[in-house]
Design a protein around this ligand. Structure first.
Ligand SMILES: NC(=O)c1ccc[n+]([C@@H]2O[C@H](COP(=O)([O-])OP(=O)(O)OC[C@H]3O[C@@H](n4cnc5c(N)ncnc54)[C@H](O)[C@@H]3O)[C@@H](O)[C@H]2O)c1
Length: 606
């Protein structure tokens, strides 16, 4: 013991003697590594081309001087009126493209796709890096243009247009190639001498149809994934957010040119439903539709004659389950964001709040208090607001119809509940409704507006039943102080995505697939699955060893003899027999076949 202690003391003394030198050397090495890394990082950033995208006066202006727009009885066929939904000021007109023009755009994209499919991942990454650099350096501008066209507040624009887009680009740059690399697969038993793999081959031209709720993210999301997968893309934007596309298309075009991509790789289509229909029927190789369930089913039917594959990202009515043991101080602000972000105009918006009875009243009081103090107004030029305008004409009326229907059937409105009198823009206030029953339309219909519906539950089974009592199944959330309990509830929810103790956290993890079940659609967009869905998963098998190649066994060579089938049966038994004895029986039968008359191919000679 004494000897060990002495040895330890001696060792400590020796380490202490050299320690200062070692520390200095290690510190210097670390500093050198950090400096080198920072130098490399700065130089590689500087090497990414910076885009020059000229802006128009109205894209730069915080406040506009423009006439107020009064929607006409019938819309012009050849152009789309664009206006700021917060002030109703006319921004201008976008072209309503004809079906012929859409087909011409597809043809251009097809030509470009023939070149781009052979591009390297390094070139595709460069394209995304150029985009990311521009986006990060011009966030406020991109957001201002989105806010003006769609009514969202500048803060909401950063959250929904920029952050998720930046994360998507970062993920594709960091992990996209890994997801699309050929993947080795097992060759099986009878093909033991083969090497098998899946190659992810670009489909060609992706046709994407997107809604208006996040006009920047909704275009960069499919453009980045489609081009990274080696495709061209024709993207049909919504007639309710077409003004901003002029600027966003200039960004994309400049990035394509700087990355050396073929002209025509990304084509924008502005127009009404007929332009979308022309895109679906126009011979694209894959359709990604993001929009309502009603139009999504039409798109699916229209894609059927050409058997064009479709991914459908449709409506949602997310359940937000709050257990009695959840931390309400954490939950209430998240619940408010989940319901009211972008005026609730999100496919994955919290709509149905299912709250354990023990905390139901406290939860309602908390969210209603926040909803009541939220200021609403035009997004730009009038000081900060917490909620902006609703983008689509008719949305305010639709939301109000659902709220008043519920009220007339006994529901209670704790906050909001009526559009502000005399407001120039399309506003509906953050609204909290309780006492909702399944007889009310608001329990079933997608509101797509700033309305939080709260219902109580008494047992976890009831919470799950309430959450699943819905035609949609896109996102969902469960909050509980017990992770085990939250996971158990989450596992039973009929939804494509679930966040535990958070809302929509799955979307911040861009490696995850995005999509729903039931009437929320099928197929996945985003993540590894979404990226691969923009490719043909081509199966390839080849000889694994140069000295073994496939030959047709002699008994099977025509004209076949009587042992041809017994030989096949024996071979099957030998390879797939469930135990060694059965396999041995197969081998014995195989040998018998080979020595039988005609077994060595003599039948042919005969
Ligand atoms: N699941 C998701 O990822 C997701 C994301 C955002 C929005 N949404 C859903 O989108 C809906 C709101 O968006 P919207 O009102 O723009 O949806 P929408 O279905 O009315 O329109 C979507 C797009 O389809 C086009 N279109 C219309 N008729 C068409 C046709 N016959 N053929 C082809 N295209 C046609 C429109 O011009 C528009 O560009 C909500 O239901 C929302 O839940 C879903």
């Amino acid at each position: 013991m004494e000897a060990a202690r002495a040895a330890l003391e001696a060792l400590r003394a020796r380490v202490e003697a050299v320690q200062p030198d070692l520390l200095v050397a290690a510190g210097a090495l670390l500093a050198a590594i950090v400096v080198l890394y920072l130098l490399f990082d700065t130089l590689s950033y500087a090497a990414i081309p910076s885009l020059e995208v000229p802006l128009k006066q109205e894209e730069l202006a915080e406040e506009l001087e423009a006439p107020v727009y009064t929607p006409p009885k019938s819309l012009p066929k050849d152009k789309i009126p664009c206006y700021d939904p917060g002030t109703m000021q006319l921004l201008g007109y976008a072209k309503a493209m004809t079906p012929e023009e859409v087909r011409a755009a597809i043809a251009k994209a097809k030509e470009a796709s023939k070149v781009w499919r052979h591009s390297s991942f390094a070139q595709r990454r460069l394209l995304l890096r150029i985009l990311l650099k521009y986006i990060i350096n011009h966030q406020e501008q991109i957001c201002r243009v989105s806010s003006r066209d769609s009514g969202k507040t500048p803060l909401e624009a950063v959250l929904g247009e920029i952050i998720v887009t930046a994360e998507k680009l970062r993920w594709l740059i960091a992990e996209g190639e890994e997801a699309l690399k050929p993947q080795r697969r097992s060759a099986g038993v009878m093909a033991f001498y083969k090497s098998a793999r899946v190659e992810y081959v670009p489909v060609g031209v992706v046709g994407a149809i997107v809604p208006w709720n996040w006009p920047f993210h909704n275009i960069i999301n499919p453009i980045s994934a489609a081009t990274f997968a080696g495709n061209a893309i024709v993207i049909k934007v919504s007639e309710h957010a077409s003004w901003c596309i002029d600027y966003y298309a200039r960004i994309v075009d400049a990035a394509l040119a700087a990355a050396g991509a073929p002209p025509g790789l990304v084509q924008f289509v502005t127009g009404y439903g007929d332009a979308g229909a022309a895109l679906v029927a126009g011979g694209v190789d894959k359709i990604v539709f993001v929009g309502s369930t009603e139009v999504g089913s039409k798109v699916m039917a229209a894609a059927a004659p050409r058997v064009t594959p479709v991914t459908l990202e449709l409506g949602g009515k997310d359940a937000f389950v709050v257990c009695g043991d959840a931390d309400l101080a954490q939950v209430v602000p998240i619940a408010v964001k989940a319901a009211f972000l972008n005026c609730g105009q999100n496919c994955a918006s919290g709509e149905r709040y299912i709250v354990e009875r023990s905390v139901h009243d406290k939860f309602c009081a908390g969210v209603a208090e926040v909803a009541r103090v939220m200021r609403q107004g035009p997004a730009l030029g009038h000081g900060p607001v917490d909620a902006g305008a609703m983008c689509m004409p008719g949305s305010v009326e639709k939301v109000h119809r659902l709220v008043t229907d519920a009220q007339s059937k006994g529901a209670r409105v704790l906050a909001g509940g009526a559009p502000p009198a005399g407001a120039a823009g399309q506003f509906y206030p953050p609204t909290v409704v309780t006492g909702v029953t399944p007889e009310m339309a608001i329990w079933h219909e997608e509101v797509f507006g700033p309305v939080m519906v709260v219902v109580p539950f008494d047992s976890d089974d009831e919470a799950v039943a309430l959450a699943n009592d819905c035609e949609f199944g896109l996102g969902s959330s469960v909050f509980s102080g017990s992770t085990r309990r939250a996971r158990a509830i989450a596992a039973r929810l009929e939804a494509g995505m679930t966040s535990i103790n958070d809302f929509n956290a799955t979307y911040m993890c861009q490696s995850l697939p995005f999509g729903g079940v039931k009437m929320s659609g099928f197929g996945r967009f985003g993540g590894v699955e979404g990226l691969r869905a923009l490719c043909v998963p081509k199966a390839v098998a080849e000889d694994a060893y140069p000295f073994i190649k496939t030959t047709i066994p002699a008994p099977w060579l025509p004209p076949v003899g009587p042992v041809a089938q017994p030989f096949a049966v024996a071979l099957t038994t030998m390879f797939y027999g469930p135990c060694f004895a059965v396999k041995a029986r197969g081998l014995a039968a195989l040998l018998r076949c080979l020595v039988a008359p005609g077994g060595g191919g003599k039948a042919k000679a005969a």
